[in-house]
Design a protein around this ligand. Structure first.
Ligand code: SF4
Length: 348
């Protein structure tokens, strides 16, 4: 439809949210905002964006920071691989592109953590380059408007929507067009009960009205697995033990307390003491559990649901068994990056 883009761009001018990254064409700022928004709601993302830009004002500053500093600044945001990729990509830009943001699609796409969507967003918002963005909002709007039944989570679906989105790009205002399509999906053509009656596209929308919620079509649901993480906050004369998580799992690079992961929900401390993992971790250490029933936090990730149980333990001896851990004063816990769950446990 000829007017599709024009209607959306006009709507965008009057209805778009006033967000800090919409006042800039600096590709560094746009990149940071897009990475944050990948898995963070806009309201929380604004605060993180401002904190991040203030702390790492450009590519050079970010590339010179330590990974731990970057993770500390990212604390509370979750999905920490985003922060590690920002850091690595900044270092690559210094090494490969003299510290400047590259303007070629393949160069941008080759940086860690940048996929098709993010590359298109940066290049179109910063330089008006003709690349169409396709995110969840775009899938929803286009699938409804054109009543497309191809599942969006298939190779054929991805290709069909990418081609369709590209064919709808206007000759000018490409950055505004891309933002308008996404914003319209986010604010008006929403997943549940979209307001089709008051929609600027209703006269041409193939699925508008009662059929809207049938789109987009998906082939399969992602399996979610439950994980049970039993943590021990051990106190010895105001000291405690922590360690840095390594690669190959969630929270890589962040810190944690001694942990036993179980395949089922453990109800109390005594049950844990009977496990082989407990004996392996603590040997015959003399431990006193202050409260045998744990404080449990549930945390939902895209493919996992975490149940983190915290036990507060006291001991009169240095635990030689925890040689893989570092022993630090409790008041220094705040100097280390921890997953948000730990903040909820420690500081309420
Ligand atoms: S008519 Fe309804 S389904 Fe179609 S674009 Fe508008 S809000 Fe979305």
């Amino acid at each position: 439809m000829k007017n599709f883009s024009l209607l959306l761009r006009r709507w965008f001018v009057d209805n778009a949210r006033d967000l800090p990254w919409r006042h800039t064409t600096d590709p560094y700022h746009i990149w940071v905002s897009e990475i944050i928004l990948q898995q963070t709601r806009v309201a929380q993302g604004i605060e993180c964006y401002q904190r991040f830009i203030e702390r790492f004002r450009d590519i050079h500053t970010l590339s010179c920071a330590s990974e731990e500093e970057v993770l500390k600044c990212w604390e509370g945001m979750g999905y920490y691989s985003r922060a590690r990729n920002l850091h690595r990509a900044a270092q690559e830009m210094v090494r490969r592109f003299g510290g400047k943001f590259p303007q070629g699609y393949e160069d941008v796409r080759s940086l860690p953590g940048i996929g098709d969507y993010t590359a298109a967003a940066i290049l179109s918002f910063a330089w008006e380059q003709p690349y169409a963005v396709v995110d969840g909002n775009v899938y929803r709007l286009l699938s409804r408007f054109f009543a497309i039944e191809t599942p969006i989570d298939t190779t054929a679906g991805k290709k069909e929507f990418a081609n369709l989105a590209a064919s709808l790009l206007p000759e000018k205002e490409i950055g505004i067009h891309n933002q308008a399509v996404m914003e319209f999906g986010a604010l008006h053509c929403v997943p549940r009960r979209p307001n089709c009656t008051a929609c600027i596209l209703r006269d041409h929308c193939a699925a508008g009205g009662s059929n809207a919620e049938l789109f987009p079509v998906k082939q399969r649901r992602t399996a979610v697995r439950n994980r049970y993480l039993n943590y021990f906050y051990i106190l010895y004369k105001n000291n405690t033990w922590i360690r840095r998580r390594t690669e190959g799992d969630i929270w890589c690079g962040l810190y944690e307390f001694p942990l036993i992961e179980t395949s089922y929900a453990v109800t109390d401390f005594n049950e844990l003491t009977r496990t082989e993992d407990f004996r392996r971790l603590f040997g015959n250490a003399d431990l006193f559990c202050v409260s045998p029933f744990p404080i449990v936090f549930k945390h939902i990730l895209s493919h996992q649901t975490l149940f983190a149980s915290f036990y507060r333990i006291e001991t009169d001896t240095v635990l030689e068994e925890l040689s893989d851990f570092i022993c630090i004063a409790v008041e220094h816990l705040a100097d280390y990056p921890f997953p948000r769950l730990f903040h909820r446990y420690l500081y309420g």
